[in-house]
Unconditional design. Sequence first.
Length: 461
Amino acid sequence: MAPAAAQRVVVENCAIATVDAHDTEYASGHLVLAGNRIESVGAGQAPSGLENVVRRIDARGHLATPGLVNTHHHFYQWITRGLATDHNLFDWLVALYPTWARIDEEMVYAAAQGSLAMMARGGVTTAMDHHYVHPHGSGDLSGAIIRAAAELGVRFTLARGSMDRSEKDGGLPPDFAVETLEDALAATEETVTKHHDASFDAMTQVAVAPCSPFSVSTELMRQGAELARRLGVRLHTHGSETVEEEKFCHELFGMGPTDYFESTGWLGEDVWMAHCVHMTDADIAAFARTKTGVAHCPSSNARLAAGIARVPDLLAAGVPVGLGVDGTASNESGELHTELRNALLVNRLGAYREAALNARQALRLGTYGGAQVLGRAGQTGSLEPGKLADLVLWNLDTLAHASIADPVTALVFGAAAPVTASFVGGRQIVEDGRLLHADEDAIAHATRAEARRLARIAAQH
């Protein structure tokens, strides 16, 4: 048996969109995976004479791309899908917080499995979860989420969230569903210390992630930023999602969200914000100057009537932008590959119309842009020698796609393409649209049972 590092998988005869700095593409090319890295990528057949080739894949009719990178999600919401479907953000939160406040470890584990399974089946190789609801006595929620990601084989960032502004302080969550400032900081530091891996091929990383300006205190924002930088990890929160949030910030802090974030240490190349829908020119300039990243969530923003983020302006200014599913209580499909299309279509309803985004820009948002936002662009997000072997083979030889000549156009503009194979660090996690390391039917049954149990508990209070 050859050493694992020397074992090679050869993929040939596929179209390839590398999403490298030059957007290099091959109409028919090859990839060689050696261990958990990409060894070579190029036109035509793989080099001859390769040793220790354990598998050859004839990927005719397929497009190879980097694995998709999800930059914003709330896994626990998988078990509260389909509720409050005609609400804006604040009314939706008011409607759902009393239910969310009743979650426990078993529910969160099942919801994480469901969320991760749906994304992985659709080409996500790097996921993240912003988990900020930690009811008293609910168990080890961070550990449950990380365990689910490890079992499915997905590369993962846990944004360990927190809230300390409850109803009694003018916030939205119930009092028993928030933490004290001290407890939130201590639990976040413990999670980083226990789970964060800073290595090149890390499967689990942790970010510091107070929920939002209207559910946390200024002190939690400020000390959270200090904690993250002391520990050398990234920072994540919600920002500028709705006009109501902007009004809230002006009333409470005497300034808009971006200025507030800057005043608390929350702008920088180690920070990314979810949404950023309502941004002024000055806000965009501040993000560009500080290299603060953005997680664009087009379906959720549409579902909650939040508005259209100024993605073309953000990109033109040099702001790192990735795509996010957002929680499945505001994006019931739970899929990221459909966000490629939705990002393109939604942004064409904005100021730039047909010039807003094209197919390749949309693919970049979902791959390299997401890796930038998570601080992992040196390891994943493009198909280049030396990078981690995180890639997807999309079947475009189907009724839905076969008559579209350009494969990237077929992937982005066409119907959701089937995933024939998905690899994370050279390990295959999906084959012919099915998970290889988890039982999808069992996950479906577990999530249904936990959703019903949560609904029963919530109804009793």
